[in-house]
Design a protein around this ligand. Structure first.
Ligand SMILES: [Fe+2]
Length: 411
């Protein structure tokens, strides 16, 4: 009979296994850019996390699967020791995929033993490890998508669950919120990362927030109106990046004779005009908002509006593998799922922030410079990973994540 921790452990580990079922060993070994990692590395690194932070310190008779894996699969934990450089993860043809899968099984067997006695300290650490693995499930998908986008055959990485007919998107409306003194941040109960804490008061001026995400159709209007060629719409760093990278459309848009196509995990498909725009950088989102005469939301505004909603939407488990059009008439829809929403909030510490003790203190806090917060999760985010207070963060030039935007304005 399995306890709750063991059940959660096998559910998450199994979900990772299912995500790579349709991938070949060659698919899983390649690395398409420095920001992305091979799927094989994700499989090993998530396993390394359980081995390093749970089995080695808390299971006295545990012997590491391989001393060398301690270096190969450490991501960024300086206090744990030496690391293999991130841009060279794709060069690790050894260990082979079979050995990495053996490593997963080996660690799983010991994890089953260590979680058997239901110690709270262990259960809490397993919870961190599972949330970590869920984050890597999304990264595995976004990294595979980037890798496959470099293949002129445009292969589909994932099979679709079912085809939902393309819906018309609801008319864009701005809804008013009073603001005032509000509370944001993680609640006491349940899992949260240190960067979501402590819960605290903050003051918001009255604001308006769009009822849905910005659509591909609206993005086409931005392009047609010279959005990518008018420097006045862009932040200086953004304009320099736009010129240097020769941006003219979102990352996975391809212009063909029959019109705009969009490459996704399910292959190359005609652009769905009503679906939310996706794979845009902060700079592009910001330029679009300026072109619209509006602005990006603050993360506190997003959290306040989303707090009243149930966490449901187009997440990984729906197996749509791409964002879908908003169809309901509710005042604020698509807050959860579909695409991560860029906010104008710099990723920084909340008042009273304290990093976790020990090596896990390196998980979030040390990245609090030069990045922006994204909210709400995407079609590649496991639903159990999502919380109202969850803060994702990326650099403003990055666009290989499922990132889009929602408009806001001051009242
Ligand atoms: Fe990690």
């Amino acid at each position: 009979m399995h306890n709750a921790t063991q059940e959660a452990y096998s559910r998450v580990r199994n979900q990772t296994r299912l995500l790579v079922e349709g991938l070949s060993p060659e698919d899983m070994a390649a690395q398409s850019m420095a920001d992305a990692s091979p799927a094989k590395w994700h499989l090993a690194h998530t396993t390394w996390f359980f081995e390093t932070f749970i089995l080695i310190p808390h299971f006295p008779s545990y012997k590491p699967f391989s001393e060398q894996f301690q270096i190969l699969f450490n991501s960024y934990y300086e206090s744990v020791g030496e690391r293999h450089p991130r841009p060279q993860r794709g060069l690790l043809t050894r260990p082979g995929l079979d050995t990495v899968l053996e490593y997963r099984n080996y660690v799983d067997r010991f994890m089953d033993k260590i979680t058997d006695d239901e110690r709270k300290e262990i259960a809490d650490l397993v919870c961190v490890g599972l949330h970590h693995e869920m984050q890597h499930q999304e990264l595995l998908l976004t990294d595979i998508l980037h890798l496959f986008s470099n293949n002129p055959l445009f292969p589909a990485a994932m099979e679709k669950n079912e085809t939902r007919p393309a819906a018309n998107s609801a008319a864009l409306q701005m809804h008013s919120f009073d603001g005032g003194l509000i509370e944001i941040g993680a609640l006491q109960q349940g899992f949260s990362y240190d960067n979501e804490r402590p819960r605290h008061s903050t003051f918001l001026n009255p604001f308006r927030l769009a009822n849905r995400l910005v659509s591909n159709e609206e993005w086409l209007e931005f392009i047609a109106d010279g959005g990518y060629t008018n420097s006045l719409l862009w932040l200086s760093d953004g304009w320099a990046t736009c010129l240097r990278e020769r941006w003219y459309a979102p990352l996975y848009w391809r212009e063909q004779e029959r019109g705009w196509m969009h490459f996704g995990l399910d292959g190359l498909k005609p652009l769905d005009l009503h679906a939310p725009v996706c794979h845009i950088s902060y700079y592009e989102a910001d330029a679009f908002a300026r072109w619209s005469g509006k602005r990006l939301p603050r993360e506190q505004e997003w959290e306040m509006c989303a707090a009243e909603q149930q966490i449901q939407g187009n997440f990984l488990e729906a197996a749509n593998w791409r964002p879908l059009a908003a169809s309901s008439m509710s005042n604020t829809q698509q807050l959860y799922g579909d695409v991560w929403e860029w906010t104008q909030s710099p990723y920084s510490a909340y008042p009273g922030f304290k990093a976790e003790m020990g090596a896990l203190g390196e998980y979030n806090g040390k990245f609090m410079a030069n990045q922006f917060v994204l909210r709400g999760g995407s079609c590649a985010t496991p639903i159990k990973q999502m919380r109202n207070s969850y803060r994702n963060f990326f650099y403003p030039h990055q666009r290989w994540q499922f990132s889009g935007l929602r408009l806001a304005e001051d009242c």
